[in-house]
Ligand binder design. Structure first.
Ligand SMILES: [Zn+2]
Length: 151
């Protein structure tokens, strides 16, 4: 039972501000999707919940929301290595195309900020999403990483 505290810290608490920086509480934003209570209804919602899962180190959710044909052997280990080295510090949604509750595809353009091995960085990506049987999945993206974006 002594492990409980550190587990809660890693997965977050319902009353904390949502990691996706929506200005909502986690329980009113990404937590219902991540916990499986209520899958994301839009591509943007899924994108936000995946960002939150990255920042909280939740590999299973990231694998579950990746399009099945994109999952690689070793995905979990690669994610865990990334979690150890990268701390996500901010998200800004720049553009959304389709991806609504009635759509089957969507695109979300965003920038996300991180610190990796003490180096700040910026990720800019246009991500594609697909909805299958009522669930959104991340399909692919054109990630561009930039180190020291303020320099
Ligand atoms: Zn959120």
């Amino acid at each position: 039972m002594s492990k409980k505290k550190s587990a809660a810290k890693m997965t977050g608490t319902p009353d904390m501000p949502c990691p996706c920086q929506s200005d909502k509480l986690y329980r009113d934003c990404c937590e219902p999707a991540i916990s499986g209570k209520r899958p994301a209804t839009t591509a943007e919602g899924l994108m936000r919940s995946r960002y939150s899962a990255f920042s909280l180190g939740l590999a299973s959710y990231l694998i579950d929301t990746l399009a099945p044909e994109r999952r690689q052997p070793g995905e979990r280990g690669a994610l865990k290595r990334q979690f150890r080295h990268t701390r996500w510090t901010g998200l800004r949604i720049m553009d959304v195309q389709a991806g609504g509750e009635q759509d089957t595809v969507g695109m979300v353009e965003f920038e996300a900020f991180y610190v990796s091995e003490a180096e700040p960085g910026r990720l800019h990506e246009r991500s594609s999403f697909r909805r299958d049987q009522g669930r959104w999945y991340y399909v692919t993206g054109d990630a561009e990483f930039q180190s020291n974006p303020g320099a």
